[in-house]
Ligand binder design. Structure first.
Ligand code: ADP
Length: 583
């Protein structure tokens, strides 16, 4: 144990007194320099003693192999001091003799995983301290009770990743690892986004000692995300895209792309699409289209806050305010300003149409224009934040559920009784009863906020990821109430989904990326609609609602028929050994 600690310390540059060295010293019985001095003294003393004994034996013609007890002790001391001093100078052979087997290491305070990390560092054929921050490896976490399986190699043998051939690249990696070059500045420094990503990735692997093997680097246009979608990229995550459909909606067929890793989901939505199609299709109505932003402003008194509220809600002031707001973009058109007061604080919820953009940037710019304008009329107004959470973005909030945000859509279909039986394998009465007890009563019992549905967020999120929407907005976009009713004397099923806050766009953000734009293209809503700005994003919102309708029908039917567990076992659990697959 002592020896191993000693050899670790010796492997480091003498001048770099690290925390680990401090700890090592603290655990030795004497300070390191005293131990070193003792061994040096011992070494030279026994060498002198043995040489003088040797000379004396030659003079007296005494056989050399006849040794006294003191000579034996001196020989043992000589060997011990040799081993110590050789070990001190880092001679691997000696260290390997001294170092216990890997198993013993595992049982000591440097955990097995760490020891493998060190061994792997060596296999990189890169000088320690350049290839990897060894001091970091030494400070890796505390022992774990269970011996760990071999971690994946630090060396990235993935053919998908770069091999660094140029000196320049190697220098750049080192300077990112040692902190001389900030990782975020690589794109602007190199002027090559892919190379920047590759260098950042390698630097990350070296400084963390963790492999990114499996996270692809190649096959992605890093220039397309610069300044828009993602900073400091090191690769991209692959998510499979499945197709549900055709969804027959408002007389047109759509193949709906869904990016998901949840087994059963696409199959389930696909079955719902089939039931809708066989019943003549679904119909949708877009009720509202307006993105919101609500800054919070503060006054010296509640009276002054109330004055601004009255000013903003006075119809006479709407036109001048909307003129100021609309200057932000040729697509932004102010619709309403709704205010909520809390003492001296006022929340101004602006709603505007945003063309084919989801619209967060657009509405924020318009709001800023109006706030600047209002400052002349209300100089005592203190703008606390451009977003005061009364908007409300990416958080469950009643305001979105009641007032709507983005696109508000209702979508319905009449599913024929025999389709319910043959395709959905259940019956109308069972569906109606389940909907009442689960989606309405059950959600009410749970205190749900906009969650009166079976799994709207499953479909919303999968379509959002496939089409480049902001997946975090699934929070309010998944607000949905699913209604089911027996009609035509109980023979058929009327089903509807009402979704007040579908936040989608077909321009801006992730929609312009190659894969996402291909999915939008499949739906016929790629990019800006030239003839009627906003028509593409509105159509996309209705497709989202139609897909949710299909998803609701299918899952509710599976639940009503008691098939849920069976179908999940079929589609979610392949016969592959999951633990092997993941390793
Ligand atoms: P968001 O407001 O959703 O964050 P961005 O502001 O990033 O969207 O993207 C919208 C941009 O696209 C604006 O610069 C806008 O002028 C431009 N644009 C072009 N055509 C359209 C369109 N039909 N609808 C909305 N924006 C459009």
């Amino acid at each position: 144990m002592e020896v191993r600690r000693r050899s670790i310390a010796a492997a480091k540059p003498v001048h770099s007194k690290t925390i680990e060295e401090e700890e090592t010293h603290a655990q030795l019985p004497l300070p390191l320099y005293i131990i070193n001095a003792l061994f040096f003294t011992l070494f030279f003393t026994v060498v002198y003693y043995l040489l003088s004994r040797w000379r004396e034996k030659i003079r007296n013609s005494t056989p050399l192999h006849v040794v006294t007890l003191s000579e034996m002790v001196a020989i043992v001391a000589f060997v011990a001091s040799c081993i110590y001093l050789l070990g001190f100078f880092g001679i691997d052979f000696v260290q390997s003799i001294l170092r216990p087997s890997a198993d013993v290491w595992a049982s000591e305070d440097l955990e097995e995983e760490d020891s493998h990390v060190i061994i792997k560092d060596d296999s990189r054929n890169l000088p320690c301290g350049q290839a990897l921050d060894c001091s970091h490896v030494m400070t890796l976490p505390q022992p774990q009770p269970q011996p760990q399986p071999l971690p994946s190699l630090i060396i990235d043998h993935d053919p998908n990743t770069l091999t660094f051939t140029t000196e320049e690249d190697e220098e750049m990696i080192k300077s990112v690892v040692d902190g001389t070059t900030p990782s975020y500045s690589l794109e602007s420094k190199l002027g090559d986004c892919r190379r920047a990503a590759a260098i950042r990735r390698e630097a990350l692997q070296r400084s963390t000692g963790k492999s990114l093997h499996g996270l692809p680097l190649e096959g992605f246009d890093y220039g397309s995300i610069l300044g828009q979608c993602c900073e400091m990229p090191v690769g991209y995550v692959q998510i499979p895209v499945g197709i549900a459909g055709p969804l027959l909606l408002d007389g047109r067929e759509y193949s709906v792309p869904m990016a998901t890793t949840e087994g059963c989901l696409v199959a389930s939505a696909n079955r719902g699409c089939k039931a809708i199609h066989l019943s003549g299709g679904a119909t949708s109505v877009l009720l509202k289209d307006g993105m919101t932003r609500a800054p919070v402003v503060r006054f010296g008194s509640a009276k002054r806050a109330a004055e601004l509220k009255l000013f903003l809600e006075n119809p006479v002031n709407f036109d001048p305010l909307s003129m100021v707001f609309n200057k932000s973009s040729r697509f932004a058109r102010l619709q309403t300003i709704k205010c909520a007061i809390a003492g001296k604080n006022l929340y101004l919820r602006f709603t505007c149409s945003t063309g084919d953009a989801m619209g967060m940037n657009m509405v924020s710019k318009g709001v800023q224009n109006v706030l600047d304008f209002l400052q002349a009329e209300f100089p005592d107004m203190d703008v606390i934040g451009i977003s005061g959470n009364f908007c409300s973005d990416k958080k469950p909030a009643a305001v979105n559920w009641i007032e709507g945000r983005g696109k508000s859509v209702v979508c319905e279909a009449i599913i024929k009784g025999d389709v319910v039986r043959k395709v959905l394998k259940t019956n109308v009465d069972a569906l109606v009863e389940l909907n009442m007890l689960k989606n309405l009563t059950g959600s009410a019992m749970a205190g749900a906020l906009g969650g009166f549905n079976a799994h709207a967020s499953n479909i919303v999120t999968a379509v959002y990821i496939a089409t480049g929407q902001d997946p975090a907005q699934n929070v309010e976009s998944s607000h949905c109430i699913t209604m089911m009713e027996a009609i035509n004397d109980g023979k058929d099923l009327h089903v509807s989904v009402t979704m007040p806050s579908i936040e989608v766009g077909t321009v801006g953000g992730g929609t312009q990326l190659a894969s996402q734009s291909a999915c939008l293209n499949l739906l016929g809503v790629k990019g800006a609609n030239k003839e009627s700005p906003g028509a593409n994003s509105r159509l996309l919102a209705t497709i989202v609602a139609g897909s949710v309708l299909a998803g609701e029908l299918s899952l509710m039917s599976a639940l009503a028929a008691g098939q849920l567990v069976k179908s999940h076992m079929k589609y979610n659990r392949s016969s592959k050994d999951v633990t092997k697959a993941s390793s």
